[in-house]
Design a protein. Structure first.
Length: 220
């Protein structure tokens, strides 16, 4: 059986896992550390592998908008049945300071900061990509995170999926493949690639379309 592959590589190799990574994975299997703590070690190991083996490569990191925290200082307005940021019609800028929120946000924020610092310290060409409301392959949503995937899973398995909130926070999801590949409508990785070639340590906030609903305003 042939499986179509949509990517091409110049070199395929294998690296020995560093001792701290092997120890972390063993600790995770023994339930001594959380998935978030394991992810931090894995992210650092990836940065270190790029630094040692291919410092000319471009390192792209998939992060989350949870690194911006609760954003309590930003006013939220409801109009035409939708929640929006009152003073940010184009969404959140990449210039907004980071304020890691929740264990998930902290673990993703650690990776976010690692790739930026490796660019600053070692001149690696890195980009961190802050995303929200992504759906597509390899998305294993639960009731309070990854709604599109969760609704699909619940429907397929006949699980209850109760609704919460007012409906004004219905998100505008982005297809994961369109965010990752150099393809319309986002060309997001393409922009990231150009930015990394110009300067490392960039951060991109992957927003939905202006005027779409504000996911963060829905209470669950």
């Amino acid at each position: 059986m042939k499986v179509p592959v949509s990517m091409r590589t110049d070199v395929v190799g294998s690296l020995l896992r560093p001792p701290d990574l092997k120890e972390a994975r063993l600790s995770y299997d023994e339930r001594k550390i959380t998935a978030q703590e394991l992810r931090e070690v894995e992210d650092r190991a990836v940065c270190e592998a790029v630094r040692l083996c291919c410092p000319e490569a471009i390192l792209l990191n998939a992060s989350t908008n949870k690194v911006y925290g609760g954003m309590e200082d930003v006013r939220i307005a409801e109009a035409d049945g939708r929640y929006r940021y009152a003073d940010l019609p184009q969404g959140v800028s990449e210039e907004r300071p980071l304020d890691f929120h929740s264990p998930y946000g902290c673990s993703k924020g650690a990776g976010d900061q690692y790739v930026r610092d490796y660019a600053r310290i070692y001149n690696l060409r890195t980009v961190t990509f802050r995303q929200s409301c992504i759906y597509g392959t390899r998305q294993f949503g639960v009731e309070d995170q990854g709604w599109v995937a969760w609704f699909t899973i619940a429907a397929a398995l006949g699980l209850p999926s109760p609704s919460t909130g007012t409906g004004s926070g219905t998100p505008h999801p982005g297809l994961n493949g369109y965010s990752i590949r150099k393809a319309p409508p986002s060309r997001a990785w393409g922009w990231s690639d150009d930015s990394a070639r110009r300067q490392g340590g960039s951060g991109f906030e992957r927003r939905g379309v202006p005027g779409a609903a504000l996911q963060a305003a829905v209470g669950a």
